[in-house]
Design a protein around this ligand. Structure first.
Ligand code: DHE
Length: 522
């Protein structure tokens, strides 16, 4: 157990025992929280050595499950149960309390962000070469949310180079520096961690928000941009040591603020593109030293943005593009000039041209497409994209020249993730949002038919594929507490290895990510 774990236990051991009286008022609940939880989760519930306990951060945990954790603790973590100190009513009161929104949005500005930064290693002192002998570009970062760990896997031998404790509830794709040496991880609690793959250690960490959506890395490797749900901000960081550079308030027309849905990097444009949850705008934030090409087309709104004080005082200025609808979950064409977004009502997709700053097409895409996990592939000499849907048992295939849906491929259920690779004729999908959670289906991208259904762990939720750098193997997650990473031969579709893991969720191949493979997310 690390120092953090020992401190956690000591703090809990010192906690004052609960009073016997049942908790009936919010005052009682806040007192119980102060006695039993505040030492690790923060008196303000914003998190300390334990995660933040706010409804926004607990979205993936049902209240009944939270009550069980209060009573019995969380196995394989530093959270002990306090059931022996509380009545059933007090447990319920505590659970209700942590699912109650805070009276006001907590302050998490530059001062709090800067104060949270921890630098473990001076980046200038790091050696130039990997301290191990695997292919550095065929590593996978595997996020295991079962016990909040990350495994660094050698994709040639399917053996772990390292396994380390991560921040609580990592979410979203791991992002790499352009040379593939560093990996950046974001937690739902707002922590961004920079990990050095050459020396297998965490270099620096910083808490950019109370509830964070994701982080993007500029294609030149100089900057990170993190997007927050709480507070409504974007935070720019220096990629070298995570020094915070600028906090950008996310404020649109009429001063309405918005949660950030996700931040993406658009390499050919040298900009970050931001999807917003609450206002019908797309933001583009150029990061090149000379941001001329992007700015020139949009001088008026750029000036307007400055007048309105958007991101004032910093190098990162947001160009705000009005959209006909609130758009979520972006997918880009190869040029990054056109962005597809899903409309909020889940009935259609829109294509917005970032150069001419307006909608150029509507796409027939009902059933909540999960565009972020779509893929691009070539068919009949043209780019096509394919996307799963969260609410419909179908994969939609769209011609990216005409933006027409050319085929709907029926599947066993709605799915979350899709993957392909330049060398493979197949795309791999899960159907984990339906009753056949254990099935993986394989689509032939020429015939656009399903050619195989695999059930490698019958009865267990199985999802999220990623190819190795050569396209020889495909790694799939059995997303259960006692789960596994299963390695398949990408040609024969036969299993070749099975590694036990604790709810492995996402896995990210260095080469495929830094080369923006069209078969994977970026
Ligand atoms: Fe995710 C990526 C949004 C729930 C696992 N998810 C993303 C991204 C967004 C997003 C915007 C892209 C960010 C990036 O990679 O930089 N996810 C959402 C939601 O809105 C949703 C539905 C609700 C929520 O709670 O936020 C949601 N996501 C989940 C889950 O329940 C999953 C399955 C498990 C978990 O632990 O949260 C989950 N999301 C993932 C994964 C990725 C991801 C594995 C990265 C995919 C990739 O291959 O790049």
């Amino acid at each position: 157990m690390g120092a953090r774990g020992i401190l956690y236990i000591l703090l809990l051991a010192c906690a004052v025992p609960a009073l016997a009286a049942p908790a009936q008022t919010s005052e009682d609940a806040s007192r119980l929280f102060a006695e039993h939880c505040a030492a690790c989760h923060g008196a303000d519930r914003l998190g300390a050595i334990g995660p933040a306990l706010l409804p926004e951060n607990l979205g993936r945990l049902r209240k009944a499950e939270a009550e069980k954790i209060i009573v019995s603790g969380r196995p394989a973590t530093q959270m002990p149960g306090v059931g022996d100190k509380l009545t059933a009513e007090q447990v319920k009161a505590l659970a209700d309390y942590i699912y109650t929104p805070l009276a006001s949005v907590p302050a998490w500005g530059m001062a709090e962000i800067a104060a949270s930064r921890v630098v473990n290693v001076d980046p200038a002192s790091l050696p130039d070469r990997p301290q191990w002998s695997a292919d550095p570009l065929n590593l996978f970062t595997v996020v295991e949310t079962g016990d909040h760990h990350v495994t660094i896997l050698d994709g040639d031998t399917n053996t772990a180079l390292a396994r380390f404790q991560s921040r609580f509830a990592l979410h979203g794709g791991a992002k790499y520096s352009p040379d593939g040496r560093f990996v950046y991880l974001a937690s739902r609690d707002g922590w961004i961690s920079k990990y050095d793959l050459y020396t297998l250690q965490i270099v620096a960490e910083i808490r950019v928000g109370v509830n964070t959506r994701n982080v993007a890395v500029s294609h030149d490797g100089r900057f990170l941009m993190a997007g927050n749900m709480l507070p409504h901000t974007l935070v720019a960081l220096d990629a070298r040591d995570l020094t915070p550079l600028q906090v950008i308030p996310v404020e649109g027309d009429l001063k309405a603020t918005s949660r950030v849905s996700a931040v993406y990097t658009a390499p050919p444009r040298a900009s970050f593109v931001v999807a917003l949850k609450d206002i019908p705008e797309i933001w583009e934030i150029p990061y090149a030293d000379d941001a001329g090409p992007v700015m020139n087309g949009f001088v008026h709104s750029y000036e307007k943005g400055l007048e309105e004080g958007i991101g004032t005082g910093g190098r990162f200025q947001a160009l705000r593009i009005r959209s006909p609808d609130i758009l979520d979950d972006f997918f880009f064409d190869r040029t990054y000039e056109r962005v597809m977004g899903a409309s909020r009502d889940g009935a259609k997709g829109l294509v917005v041209d970032l150069d001419i700053k307006r909608k150029v097409a509507e796409i027939d895409l009902p059933g909540m497409p999960h565009l972020g996990s779509g893929i691009i592939f070539r068919k009949d000499g043209r780019d096509h994209m394919a996307t799963p849907h969260l609410k419909e048992a179908v994969i939609s295939v769209i011609d990216m020249t005409t933006w027409k849906t050319v085929k709907r491929i029926p599947t066993l259920g709605p799915g979350f993730f899709m993957r392909g690779h330049e060398t493979s004729p197949y795309a791999w999908i899960d159907v984990s949002m339906g009753k056949d959670k254990d099935a993986i289906q394989i689509i032939d991208l020429d015939s656009l038919e399903i050619v195989r259904t695999l059930r490698p762990a019958p009865g267990k939720t199985t999802a999220h594929a990623e190819f190795d750098r050569w396209g020889k193997t495909v790694l799939i997650s059995v997303m259960e507490g006692d789960g596994a990473l299963i390695v398949f031969d990408a040609k024969t579709l036969e299993e070749c290895a099975r590694l036990p893991m604790k709810r492995p969720v996402g896995k990210y191949n260095v080469f495929n990510k830094i080369n923006y493979s069209s078969g994977t997310s970026h």
